[in-house]
Write a new protein. Sequence first.
Length: 89
Amino acid sequence: MHKSEIKPLLKRLGESINEAFSNSHEIHDRIREIRDAGYEVFLSVETKIGYCHAKDENRKTVEENKQPECLNFNEYDAKFLKTMKIAVN
């Protein structure tokens, strides 16, 4: 896959992340509580997404249901993605 081919995929991922925040009733409820207490709320979330092209040896690893080396998620990463309703399999 050429680098220009990954851009639309990453854009779609960003849109999905944005939608997950926008559709979160919990986030809206907490913001409303803070505003009801008399404060203005500004929410800014920064997410960094890394990617690498899977080599043939990594593809075999993925087929065995293991993560390739470029996707080293720790427990915090998995929990963060889960709160955004993104499954890590």
